[in-house]
Design a protein around this ligand. Structure first.
Ligand code: HAM
Length: 422
């Protein structure tokens, strides 16, 4: 019996992987421009990090984590997201002590959630995320949002919708929490078991419930925006102002609560409109998480970030018929005829590559016609043909595939000639 891939995971094969590399490169490029630096953290962490960081009343922690005991009896978890790990690394490595503040980090890597797999929802998916730690300036909230929006725009995506909300600071949230408890309490027995536990622990999560979202009390629930105190409201206004100044349009949605517990003040999601997306229309999400660094044992430090998955991005590109201009051609394919030519070709190939030229040859003893076919399939810009005659006269024939024009080049000039062409 053959063994298949686990549900909700995928193989990314040659042909597809170039798209991934292209997108990863774009992510690196934009982070360079915005001055965010890459951080790489382990794939697994102590389970407690996510319980504390993401929040133990969230779906992620309660239902979706890949948690296991290692041979030493420790409880470890495959990371379901990147923020908690980034903050853990920030605290553990005392990045707050560096003279360059705020600390602006980004990551690209696999995350794991035990969710019901469907298109755009995987059990292993790759997040590109950024985190800015150490600044409570609303301009950096706008910077993070702008980076996310620009990343999509530069890839050519259209019909993006930025939705923002403010979840308020601690005091605003407490006032809102009390109002939510008072609102849901009288009819809480009509809600699912999860919501009943959420009521006391974290009533905001009720608004995010997939089972009870149609209950009449949902739409009439008190809005956080009515409970923002003066500071939180001023902060939110500043973020909106910065976005408007950058010509980034947005909708304010008071129901945007996000699925993780660490947020306060700014929260946002980027959605995409149009057919073909099914149930999944959120491309990315993020927000401010002042308090998380302390929760994880560090000094009081504000933070903001966002993450998107490359899977959903690729889905969006596909639905919108956007093909990225990938550099997948071969510069030169060396066609060799005869034993001696084959040996020489192997050596020429090595030198071409040393000179920075992408090059290949046949390794299957193919006839000359089949070698040319292979060159075509690999979209070689040039083929270089080496047969007995050419060897005898120390020459090689270089053919430009697009025009069909060809030239005889002295063998000892071949590499220089190709370097010149490419
Ligand atoms: P999140 O909303 O849970 O936030 O996930 C962010 C993005 O990851 C989603 O918008 C989506 O693109 C992608 N994503 C999540 N789950 C899946 C899945 N099962 N399959 C495919 N894609 C998925 C966070 O993870 C926060 N750490 C974001 C953040 C960073 N907040 C502040 N800093």
């Amino acid at each position: 019996m053959s063994i298949n891939i686990p549900r909700g995971t995928q193989d990314i094969l040659p042909g597809q992987v170039e798209l991934w590399q292209f997108i990863e490169k774009k992510a690196q490029d934009i982070c360079r421009r915005y001055n965010y630096h890459e951080i790489r953290t382990p794939i697994f962490e102590h389970t407690e990090l996510f319980a504390r960081g993401v929040g133990d009343t969230t779906d992620i922690v309660q239902k979706e984590m890949y948690t296991f005991e290692d041979r030493g009896g420790r409880s470890l978890t495959l990371r379901p997201e990147g923020t908690a790990s980034t903050v853990r690394a920030y605290v553990q490595n005392k990045l707050f002590g560096s003279p360059n503040q705020p600390t602006k980090l980004y990551y690209i890597g696999p995350m794991f959630r035990y969710e019901r797999p469907q298109s755009g929802r995987m059990r292993q998916f790759v997040q590109f995320g950024v985190e800015a730690l150490g600044s409570n300036d609303p301009a950096i909230d706008a910077e993070v949002i702008a980076l996310a929006m620009e990343f999509y725009r530069e890839l050519g995506l259209k019909n993006l919708k930025l939705v923002i909300n403010s979840l308020g600071d601690k005091a605003s949230r407490q006032a809102h929490k009390d109002a939510l408890i008072a609102h849901f309490q009288p009819k809480i027995e009509e809600f699912c078991g999860d919501c009943q536990t959420r009521l006391e622990k974290n009533p905001l999560r009720i608004l995010d419930c997939k089972k009870d979202h149609d209950h009449e009390l949902m739409s009439s629930a008190p809005s956080i925006l009515d409970y923002l105190n003066v500071e939180s409201e001023a902060y939110f206004n500043k973020v909106k102002q910065y976005l408007s100044d950058m010509n980034i349009s947005f909708d304010v949605d008071a129901n945007l609560v996000r699925g993780l517990d660490y947020y306060n003040n700014t929260a946002f999601e980027i959605m995409i409109d149009g057919e073909g997306f099914g149930a999944i229309t959120t491309l990315s999400g993020g927000g401010r998480y002042n308090g998380l660094v302390e929760e994880i044992g560090g000094p009081e430090t504000p933070g903001i970030g966002f993450a998107l998955s490359i899977e959903r991005l690729l889905m969006a590109l596909q639905v919108q018929n956007i093909s990225l201009s990938l550099d997948e051609e071969l510069d030169c394919y060396v066609v060799a005829i005869g034993e001696e030519a084959k040996d020489k070709a192997a050596n020429l190939l090595f030198k071409l590559r040393q000179a920075g030229i992408t090059a290949d040859k046949d390794y299957l003893d193919k006839k000359i016609k089949a070698q040319f076919k292979a060159a075509d399939r690999l979209k070689a810009k040039y083929t270089a043909v080496l047969g007995e005659d050419e060897l005898a006269s120390n020459k090689i024939i270089v053919k430009e595939m697009e025009t069909g024009s060809q030239e005889e080049v002295a063998l000892d000039q071949f590499i220089v000639y190709m370097k010149d062409k490419i």
